[in-house]
Ligand binder design. Structure first.
Ligand code: TYC
Length: 103
């Protein structure tokens, strides 16, 4: 190889690799005070669930303590969880929805 030869080497990759944003779960938390029909009403109103799906999600939280309502982008999960919790509060109940990142 002469001095004029050009040696091309791959450089360490510097291009930032964008991570896919994490998805968030909205979680329904059981309590002893909110009537079942209020929980179903909130699920239908905020998450556009059918009566059957709302009832199934409500019963899962009732029996197990919590139930995943939906998995979506962080801002949507946080907004929906607050909207649903506020609707329960307006009706006079301590109904709680939280949001947390998926594993
Ligand atoms: N446990 C409530 C009752 O027996 C009903 C209920 C279900 C409340 C799910 C909250 O997330 C909940 N009236």
């Amino acid at each position: 190889m002469s001095d004029k030869d050009v040696v091309v080497r791959r450089r360490t990759r510097t291009k930032p690799k964008l991570e896919r944003p994490r998805l968030y779960k909205v979680i329904l938390v059981n309590d002893d005070y909110t009537p079942r029909e209020i929980v179903v009403m909130v699920l239908k109103a905020v998450f556009r669930m059918s009566e059957e799906t709302g009832y199934r999600v409500m019963m899962t939280a009732h029996k197990l303590g919590t139930s995943v309502v939906v998995v979506c982008a962080r801002d949507i999960a946080e907004t929906k969880a607050k909207e649903a919790t506020d609707l329960g509060k307006e009706a006079g109940f301590p109904l709680l929805f939280t949001s947390e990142p998926e594993e």
